[in-house]
Design a protein around this ligand. Structure first.
Ligand code: DGL
Length: 274
């Protein structure tokens, strides 16, 4: 049993889809949420930049006493998870493996919509083929989605046009399953659903990441048994903009702190490491 918070982070509001899954699947767990809004989008960044940002976030979260971190960002999960996993003394879980496993359980003709960096990493394809080598995978980078969501333009007609532009090759490929390979994209669900046949299954890796986290907490004896504390929100950019944008998905106006992340040397070596 452990009442410490679970840390989750994303570049912006995308991680709210992971928070939503925690609230449903692990209602007793308290969360520390961080949005790196001063540096979004992550999807066009290099691996070196993402690894550096993730190290800064993890160093801050470690100082805040988290018991586990969930990377609520596919780009970080694809580019940084394996590099930083052993650098901290708490468990860190990412979205790629749980999402890939769920997708190959759902179908065999799988579309992945994700950031340019996640698609370039090929992480989803590799993870799926490892589990199921008969799967066919089509990956589409969708760089316009995160700015549209962060600008609160989900129901703008232009967003529907852009969504169609990204989904058309997947419809032509006759996919039976679509993975939201970026945590922002389930926020577009009404638009995506309206453009795809009901036959196509939508996989939100957040749900499967949280299921994996539940198993890990149980295994490590870290599950909370008391009532969850209100989520603590921190951002690197403007707290009011984040609060105003996230109210739609949270159903309440959050109190958001401005966080100045610690400086971490690029040649970071964790003193905790043996
Ligand atoms: N929501 C994140 C992801 O899952 C980051 C998106 C971005 O900032 O480009 O990849």
């Amino acid at each position: 049993m452990n009442q410490n918070r679970i840390g989750i982070f994303d570049s912006g509001v995308g991680g709210l889809t992971v928070l939503r899954a925690i609230e449903r699947q692990l209602p007793r767990e308290s969360v520390l949420y961080f949005g790196d809004t001063a540096r979004l989008p992550y999807g066009n960044r290099s691996e070196a930049e993402i690894v550096q940002f993730v190290r800064e976030i993890l160093t801050w979260m470690a100082a805040e006493g988290v018991k586990m971190v969930l990377m609520a960002c596919n780009t970080s999960s694809a580019l940084a998870l394996e590099i930083v996993r052993d650098e901290v003394d708490f468990p860190i879980l990412g979205l790629i493996l749980p999402g890939a496993k769920a997708a190959v359980e759902a179908g065999r003709r799988i579309g992945v919509i994700a950031t340019a960096a996640t698609v370039a990493s090929d992480a989803y394809r590799r993870a799926m083929l490892e589990v199921e080598n008969t799967a066919s995978v089509w990956q589409i980078p969708c760089p316009k989605f995160v700015p549209l969501i962060e600008d609160n333009r989900i129901f703008d007609p232009y967003t529907e046009e852009v969504t169609w532009e990204y989904l058309a090759p997947l419809v032509d490929a006759n996919i039976d399953t679509l993975i939201y390979g970026c945590t922002h994209y389930p926020l577009l669900e009404p638009v995506v659903r309206s453009l795809l046949s009901d036959r196509v299954r939508l996989v939100d890796p957040a749900v499967h990441l949280v299921a994996a986290a539940a198993r890990e907490l149980e295994l490590l004896g870290l599950r909370s048994t008391s009532t969850a504390l209100p989520t603590r929100f921190g951002v690197s950019g403007d707290p009011d903009s984040f609060a105003n944008l996230s109210v739609r998905w949270l159903g309440y106006t959050p109190t958001v702190e401005k966080v100045v992340l610690p400086q971490v040397e690029p040649s970071f070596i964790n003193p905790l490491r043996p």
